[in-house]
Design a protein around this ligand. Structure first.
Ligand SMILES: Nc1ncnc2c1ncn2[C@@H]1O[C@H](COP(=O)(O)OP(=O)(O)OP(=O)(O)O)[C@@H](O)[C@H]1O
Ligand SMILES: [Mg+2]
Length: 330
């Protein structure tokens, strides 16, 4: 039995589809990543799993439980936005959380001490949360989510806005939970975060899963290195197309597309052959096509997103921030 199963989840806000058709299976003790750009439907999916939002269709089971009350017992949910009550101390906030979960009175004090210890919050426990730094707030948030000893922990962008040191601390903490058999579902739009942490990943875009698997399999499926060529800083589409047509004929080039959001740059997948880049350059030279810039890299999860959607996650987010501050893209 999977720790978490989501089947054909669908959620609308008015007539806007937030989650279209999402299915996920997370095995016990796995760290599973949900990756996607702003507005992809990550938070909505997590809120449905946490029984905070009622889906329009689909089925959810957490450790086999399908009833909201039991799901909540099995689940810890760490929300995207931390909104701690500033007039409480860390310890008081945990006491409140314990009451919300109807924890047996006798167990509360020792368990609070345990999670404070676990997240190294002892020296801050009796200070007002209003005085906490971002990293401390997140740690307290994690302590609260873990207080009732859930089997599955779901975290919505747990490291957003945190410095790199605190991010690494949280990554290590999640790995530690995994080693204790706790299942972790984490959302992020940081590719490196998912790549470093998750054993399996579902990439979602506009409410749909567009790729699923282990990060290394997904990258391997792209079959080669990435080469981004700009013939000019901002090329006309027709110019880029002409260059792409020239390059597509080369044996080293597996596939290619033109990335409008990057000034009509040409994104190629090439075989990882040392001669490939030289051949590509000569071919463009021979056709009198200029090269403004050229960069080669190993495929990343962003390339998986790119090959499925024709855009990078960053492009989507830049475009969204230009359209409107209220991230809408449907
Ligand atoms: N309460 C709501 N009412 C109306 N629309 C909503 C509501 N919550 C989310 N949406 C819309 O549903 C879509 C999915 O939003 P969601 O917050 O799930 O995305 P996300 O992947 O978590 O994005 P982000 O990376 O920005 O957190 C978006 O288009 C968003 O505007
Ligand atoms: Mg979100």
């Amino acid at each position: 039995m999977p720790a978490l199963s989501v089947q054909n989840l669908r959620k609308l806000y008015g007539n806007q589809v937030a989650v279209d058709d999402v299915s996920l299976n997370v095995e016990v003790g796995q760290i599973y990543g949900l990756l996607g750009p702003n507005g992809a439907g990550k938070t909505t999916t997590l809120r449905c799993i946490a029984t905070l939002t009622v889906p329009d269709a689909g089925a959810i089971a957490v450790c086999g439980a399908t009833e909201a009350r039991t799901i909540r017992q099995n689940l810890g949910y760490i929300a995207q936005e931390v909104s701690l009550d500033k007039v409480l101390t860390g310890r008081e906030l945990l006491e409140l959380q314990a009451a919300l979960y109807h924890m047996p009175a006798k167990t509360i004090k020792p368990r609070i001490n345990e999670v404070l210890e676990l997240l190294q919050l002892n020296e801050y426990a009796d200070k007002l949360t209003g005085t906490y730094s971002g990293g401390l707030k997140k740690r307290l948030d994690l302590a609260a989510g873990l207080l009732h000893q859930p089997k599955v922990l779901i975290l919505d962008e747990p490291t957003v806005g945190l410095d790199i040191q605190t991010r690494l601390t949280i990554w290590n903490f999640l790995r530690q939970l995994k080693s204790q058999g706790i299942t972790v579902l984490i959302t992020s739009h940081y590719l490196e975060e998912i790549d470093a942490l998750a054993e399996r990943v579902a990439i979602i875009d506009r409410g749909k899963v567009i790729a699923e698997g282990t990060p290394s399999d997904l990258k391997a499926q792209l079959g080669g290195d990435r080469l981004t060529i700009k013939i000019k800083e901002f090329a006309e589409y027709s110019e880029a197309e002409q260059a792409l047509n020239q390059l597509k004929n080369l044996a080293f080039v597996t596939s290619g597309l033109i990335n409008n959001a990057q000034g009509n740059a040409i994104n190629l997948v090439i075989s990882p052959d040392p001669a490939a880049v030289g051949e590509i350059q000569s071919s463009l030279n021979a056709a009198n096509i200029p090269i403004f810039s050229l960069s080669q890299s190993k495929p990343s999860l962003d390339d998986v997103f790119l090959s499925a959607t024709g855009q990078t996650i960053q492009d989507v987010e830049i475009a969204l921030s230009e359209i409107a501050p209220t991230k809408k893209r449907r």
